[in-house]
Each structure stands twice: as structure tokens, then as C-alpha cells.
Write a protein that binds this ligand. Structure first.
Ligand SMILES: Nc1ncnc2c1ncn2[C@@H]1O[C@H](COP(=O)(O)OP(=O)(O)OP(=O)(O)O)[C@@H](O)[C@H]1O
Ligand SMILES: [Mg+2]
Length: 256
């Protein structure tokens, strides 16, 4: 018997409506995600990736299909079991790094003394021990993004949604963050859905890869990436890695 999926999307559809006009953003997305996977969601700009994340986060309703998160083993409370990381870190500049990480704990109403300890541990996990009392403008863009990642974990959510979290970083910092991301994922055991434009990033990070078509999004392909963990950056030069990348390029119609 296979385990019941943690997340199950069936024929999800989303129409944006404004001023009487309708725009079909997502036409048909179906996927099952097992708890603990890191799913890389790739697709062309504007295809509907952020829309899919917003539907998963409950920020948008769908106009068709079904979305189920949680199962008998792991119940899911959308009000507190989601952590989000966006393309920009979106830190509050008048709060220290530590107090930024604590924000969701305040919102959810966690006991603050324990949350403060947990925040320190998370800052250590993302490599920011010693920066607790700095302000966002005193640290680099990569460090701000690490802070945003720590913040997404503070209330111990069961699902972490990341929307192009490293899109604004330079190439080397991004590679470094990819390595850290794998470590954090493996240490935390969380289910993560990670949106990226980068095929390399998708193959490097993903335990699975979901390829969306140009908008309105349909699921073009959903497959496991069976490269062994732990993965180090030189894996990107292997034939196996290249084969996965070529498969995604082909799916996106970028092979010619
Ligand atoms: N609130 C909205 N109202 C109307 N149309 C919208 C709205 N939000 C997004 N769209 C449209 O829906 C489509 C999908 O948008 P979405 O932001 O999900 O794409 P994306 O894949 O995340 O793009 P990118 O890679 O550039 O971030 C786009 O054509 C966008 O213009
Ligand atoms: Mg987007």
C-alpha cells in the first residue's frame, strides 16, 4: 500500500477576474506530493507558478479542481502550518534580524521565550549566528534571504512554500544558498515547494520536479530526480544531471 499523499492537487484551475475581464492563469494542475519531499516547480515567466503557490497557501481560492493538504498521519492547519519565502526577503527594517525571525511567532501567538530560543537556533541553521542584533540594512542580500528562510521555519510549519527565493542574488551567492538549502531541507525534514526559473537549480535541489507549460499552466511533467543525496555542486557537471536538465529543456520546448 502506498502512503496517502500529503498534498493532492487535482485538475486545479484559476481564473483572475478584474473589471469584468477574465484571465485564465492556471488551466490544469494535478500532482501528489509525499510528506518530506522538496518539489522544484519550474515553468516560463507568467505561466502561473506564483498563482499555484498562492492557492496552496490559501491566499487564493481555485475556480476548479480540488486541493487537499494533510492526511491521517499528518493533519494540516492552514492557519499555522505554512511558512513562505518570497523573491525579496521582505524584512521589516526597524526590527533586528532576530525580531524579524520572530514575527510569525508573534502572529501565531507562540510563547515568546521558547520562540526566541528557537529563533536563535534557526539563525544558526542558516549561518547567521552572531547577527541576531543587526538590522536588515546592515547585512548582505544573501543574509537577508537567509533571515527570511529562518522566519519561514519559526512556527514549525509542516509546509514551506518558496517563490524564487534566490532570484535576486548573484550567481555565486545563489550556488552557496542552494547548498545551504539542501542541508536545511535534509535537517528539517520539511515538505518544501520551491519555485524557480532556473533548470539547474531545480535539478540540483529537487527530490521531484514539476514542469509547468507556458500559461495558462498545465502540468507538463512531474518526475522524481533520482540523483543521490547529499549533493555537492560538482554533481552539476555529471551526465545524469545533464540528462535531467535536458528533459526539462525539452518539456519547456527549449531544446531546439
Ligand atoms: N491578481 C491578478 N489579476 C489578474 N491577473 C493576474 C493576477 N496575478 C497574476 N496574474 C496573471 O496570471 C498569470 C500568472 O501569474 P503568476 O504570477 O502566477 O506567474 P508566474 O509563473 O509566477 O510568473 P513569474 O515567473 O514571472 O513570477 C500572469 O499572466 C499574470 O499576469
Ligand atoms: Mg511568480
Amino acid at each position: 500500500m502506498t502512503a496517502e499523499p500529503f498534498i493532492s492537487l487535482r485538475s486545479v484551475r484559476k481564473v483572475y477576474r478584474s473589471k469584468g475581464a477574465e484571465f485564465l492563469a492556471v488551466s490544469d494542475v494535478t500532482m501528489d506530493i509525499t510528506e518530506g519531499e522538496l518539489v522544484a516547480l519550474v515553468g516560463p515567466s507568467g505561466c502561473g507558478k506564483t498563482t499555484v503557490l498562492k492557492i496552496l497557501a490559501g491566499l487564493h481560492g481555485a475556480d476548479g479542481g480540488t486541493i487537499k493538504i494533510g492526511n491521517a498521519k499528518t493533519p494540516f492547519d492552514p492557519a499555522r502550518d505554512i511558512g513562505m519565502v518570497f523573491q525579496q526577503a521582505l524584512l521589516l527594517k526597524w526590527r533586528t534580524i532576530l525580531d524579524n525571525v520572530l514575527l510569525p511567532a508573534e502572529i501565531v501567538g507562540l510563547p515568546m521565550k521558547a520562540a526566541r530560543e528557537r529563533a536563535r537556533g534557526l539563525l544558526k541553521m542558516v549561518g547567521l549566528a552572531g547577527y541576531e542584533d543587526k538590522y536588515p540594512q546592515q547585512v548582505s542580500g544573501g543574509m537577508q534571504q537567509r533571515t527570511a528562510i529562518a522566519r519561514a521555519f519559526i512556527h514549525d510549519p509542516k509546509l514551506i512554500l518558496m517563490d524564487e527565493p534566490f532570484g535576486a542574488l548573484d550567481a555565486l551567492t545563489r550556488e552557496q544558498m542552494n547548498l545551504e538549502m539542501l542541508r536545511i531541507w535534509r535537517e528539517s525534514g520539511k515538505t518544501i515547494i520551491f519555485v524557480t526559473h532556473s533548470i539547474q537549480e531545480a535539478v540540483f535541489l529537487g527530490s521531484h520536479c514539476a514542469v509547468l507549460t507556458a500559461g495558462p499552466a498545465r502540468m507538463a511533467e512531474y518526475f522524481p530526480i533520482e540523483l543521490p543525496f547529499p549533493r555537492a555542486l560538482p554533481i552539476k557537471t555529471t551526465d545524469e544531471f545533464g540528462a535531467y536538465a535536458r528533459r526539462i529543456y525539452a518539456r519547456l520546448g527549449l531544446s531546439a
